[in-house]
Design a protein around this ligand. Sequence first.
Ligand code: NI
Length: 188
Amino acid sequence: MAILPIIEAPDPRLKQISAPVTAFDDALKALVADMFETMYDAPGIGLAAIQVGVAKRVLVIDLQPDDPDAEPVPCNHDGHHHHHQPTLKEPRVFINPVLSDPSDELTVYSEGCLSVPDIYADVERPSRVRAQWQDLDGNHHDEVIEGLLATCLQHEMDHLEGILFIDHLSRLKRGMALKKLEKARRAA
Ligand code: NI
């Protein structure tokens, strides 16, 4: 496994439309393993393959990455002290995802993106969507998804179409976000 460099806006590769996955092989498994390692290292809760320069319809999401700074939870069932992990990893892989039946109900979430570092902005999206996708073995899944997973999945889906969350903002707000990003990069 390897931590891959994350492409940042305004790199034109982020505007590419990703191609469907046709081979569910070892190369795909290796890509997904590297994407998880890269996402956990960043840290982030979602990553699309194009963010590491691979224009394929592959997303990884984990809403509960281990937080190294979190206090362990002490526990005392049998007179001994145990330290439980504060969070458990819940990795999810979405290959060739398709979203449909968006709910009329909308949710606003303050989104960020590993390709747009340190910029956060409110984005409104359908609260619920039907998601169809394939797993690493090519098996098909079909689920109605809601909550933070729905928001995150829609954000990651956008990456496959060359769209960033800042593209949902007004021209003025997007311009401000890009300027802030450029300034931070120059200072670094
Ligand atoms: Ni993103």
